[in-house]
Ligand binder design. Structure first.
Ligand SMILES: C[S@@+](CC[C@H](N)C(=O)[O-])C[C@H]1O[C@@H](n2cnc3c(N)ncnc32)[C@H](O)[C@@H]1O
Length: 465
C-alpha cells in the first residue's frame, strides 16, 4: 500500500484520535448501562439513546435527518417513526430452528411456547397481564431475529407459490424492511409473569415486542359492519324518524343558561342558537310532551335496530358456516354467548373468547342526532367525485364519498362516546369539537345522547379550494 501524503496522514491521525475518544465514551456508557438499576426503563432508554448517538454519523443540520440518523431524544425519535425496541420477553418454544417451524400458527395446533415478561420492562410484570386471562387468543408482535441478514426485496417468492414472485406486502415473508412478525396464538394460561401459548410459528429465542388481545369485533372483518351497512341503518333510522312524524322542537327563546350548573340533564332538550363556536349558546326546554315523543321514537328505533341485528347475526352465522376451511382456521370463531361445552384447543371447532366488558362495556353507546342546521351544512358538502363550475364554492370531502357516508361516520364516532373519562365525568363543558375529513364538527353531549350542532368546512380547505 502506498504511504499516505501529509495531508491525508494528518486526517487519518485525527480520525484515529476521535475514534479512541469515542471508544472510551462508549465504554463508560456501557459501564453505566450495566450498573443501571434493573427495571429502570427510563434510565435504560436514555443511556441507550446516548450510546447510539455516539458512533453514528452527525445529521446534516440543513436537512431532515434520514431514518437511520440518531434522534435527539426518545420522543423526537418516536415522532420520526424510530424506536429503540425493548423486547418484553423472549419465546421459549418447541421449535429451535427455522427449518420445520410451522409457516403459520394454524398449521400445527399443539406447537407450544412460553413467554415470560421481563422485569427490565415492568417492575411487576404480572401486573401487566391482569385481565388478559379472559381472552382465548392473543396477537404476538415479534422480531424475526434469525433472518440472517437484514436485506429485503420488493418482490419475494413465497414457498407456496412455487417460485413465482409477488410483492412482499402481499405475503407474510419474514424478509421485510422492519423484520416484524405477527402471529395469532392461542392463550392457554397465565402463571404469574409467564404466558403459555400454543398455535405458534416462532422459534425459541424470538424477541417479542408486544402482545394484544384478539377481539373479533375489531380484528375480524366478518364481525364488522361495512360503511354501506352503516349508511343503510342510518337511512332506516331516518325513515323511522320520518314515519313517526316526530321532529324535536327547537326553542327560539334566547334563554340564558349561564347558570345551568346542574349536571343532571336527563330532561334536557337543547337547541343550538348561536352559530359561533366560541359563543355556543345552548338553551334548554323541558317538556313532558317531548319526553314522551322521544320515548316512542326510541321504541321505534329499537324495533328497527333489533331487526337489523337479527339480520346481521344470521348473515354472520351463515358466512361462518360457508367460510372456506382455511379462512375458518385463520380466524377463530366467536364463541356463542350461551355455549357451555368446553371448546377444543385447536382445529376447526376452536372458539375465541374475550373479556366481557368488550361486549358489554360499563359505558353505554349514545344516541346520535343532528340539528336541522347541522344536517343542512352536511348536505352542502360535495362528494369527492362531483365537480362543476357551479359547485366551485361548495366544500368538498377528500375521503368521504357522500354526506350520507359522512353522517354514518360521525354517528359511529359519537355513538362510541369519544370523550375522555375526565371530560365525561368531571367536565362541565359539554361541547365537543373534532375534525372529520374536511369538516369541523361541533357537538354537545347530554344524558345518553350526542347532538351534532355544526358541520363546517375546515378553514385550510376553504382557503385551498
Ligand atoms: C412465514 S413466517 C410467519 C410468521 C408470522 N405468522 C407472520 O405472519 O408474520 C413463519 C416462519 O418464520 C420463521 N421464523 C420463526 N421465528 C423466526 C425468527 N425469530 N427469526 C427468523 N425467522 C423466524 C420460521 O421459519 C417460520 O416458519
Amino acid at each position: 500500500m502506498s504511504p499516505l501524503c501529509d495531508c491525508c496522514g494528518e486526517h487519518v491521525n485525527k480520525l484515529n484520535q476521535q475514534i479512541s475518544v469515542m471508544r472510551k465514551e462508549i465504554k463508560n456508557l456501557r459501564q453505566m448501562l450495566a450498573s443501571a438499576v434493573r427495571g429502570h426503563r427510563k434510565h435504560m432508554l436514555s443511556i441507550q439513546s446516548a450510546v447510539s448517538k455516539i458512533g453514528l454519523c452527525e445529521p446534516d443540520k440543513d436537512q431532515t435527518p434520514p431514518p437511520c440518523s440518531p434522534a435527539a431524544s426518545p420522543q423526537a425519535a418516536l415522532e420520526r417513526g424510530n424506536i429503540q425496541t425493548l423486547p418484553i420477553g423472549y419465546i421459549t418454544s418447541c421449535f429451535s430452528v427455522k427449518n420445520g417451524t410451522p409457516r403459520q400458527p394454524t398449521i400445527c395446533g399443539p406447537s407450544r411456547a412460553e413467554l415470560r415478561i421481563q422485569q427490565s420492562v415492568f417492575n411487576n410484570p404480572e401486573h401487566a397481564l391482569v385481565g388478559l386471562e379472559q381472552y382465548s387468543h392473543v396477537w404476538i408482535i415479534f422480531l424475526f431475529h434469525k433472518n440472517g441478514h437484514l436485506s429485503y426485496k420488493a418482490k419475494v417468492k413465497p414457498p407456496r407459490l412455487n417460485g413465482q414472485r409477488v410483492g412482499v406486502y402481499s405475503t407474510r415473508s419474514p424478509h421485510r424492511p422492519n423484520a416484524l412478525g405477527l402471529t395469532l396464538a392461542r392463550l392457554d394460561r397465565i402463571v404469574g409473569d409467564t404466558i403459555h401459548l400454543s398455535n405458534i410459528d416462532m422459534i425459541a429465542g424470538t424477541p417479542v415486542l408486544d402482545i394484544k388481545p384478539y377481539i373479533p369485533e375489531y380484528d375480524n372483518p366478518d364481525s364488522r359492519m361495512s360503511s354501506d351497512e352503516t349508511t343503510d341503518i342510518l337511512n332506516l333510522q331516518k325513515d323511522c324518524d320520518d314515519q313517526s312524524g316526530l321532529k324535536l322542537e327547537r326553542s327560539d327563546d334566547d334563554d340564558d343558561d349561564d347558570d345551568d350548573d346542574d349536571d343532571d340533564d336527563d330532561d334536557d332538550f337543547c337547541s343550538f342558537l348561536s352559530t359561533d363556536k366560541s359563543e355556543a349558546d345552548i338553551s334548554v326546554t323541558d317538556s313532558s310532551q317531548l319526553v314522551s315523543a322521544q320515548f316512542s321514537l326510541h321504541k321505534d328505533l329499537n324495533d328497527v335496530l333489533e331487526a337489523v341485528e337479527a339480520y346481521v347475526t344470521q348473515r354472520d352465522l351463515c358466512q361462518l358456516s360457508c367460510a372456506r376451511e382455511d379462512e375458518v382456521s385463520h380466524s377463530p370463531k366467536t364463541r356463542p354467548p350461551d355455549a357451555t361445552v368446553d371448546h377444543p384447543c385447536y382445529g376447526e371447532g376452536a372458539y375465541s373468547t374475550i373479556a366481557g366488558w368488550i361486549r358489554q362495556p360499563p359505558v353505554s353507546s349514545l344516541e346520535v342526532r343532528f340539528t336541522p342546521q347541522a344536517e343542512r351544512e352536511l348536505a352542502d358538502f360535495l362528494p369527492t367525485h362531483l365537480s362543476g363550475p357551479s359547485e366551485r364554492d361548495r366544500p368538498r370531502f377528500k375521503f368521504l364519498r357522500s354526506p350520507e357516508e359522512a353522517a354514518a361516520a360521525i354517528t359511529g364516532v359519537l355513538s362510541a362516546d369519544p370523550r375522555s373519562v375526565y371530560r365525561r365525568t368531571r367536565c362541565r363543558d359539554r361541547l365537543f369539537f373534532f375534525t372529520l375529513d374536511t369538516a369541523d364538527i361541533t357537538c354537545w353531549f347530554g344524558q345518553g345522547f350526542a347532538e351534532v350542532l355544526q358541520v363546517r368546512p375546515v378553514e385550510q380547505h376553504i382557503a385551498s379550494m
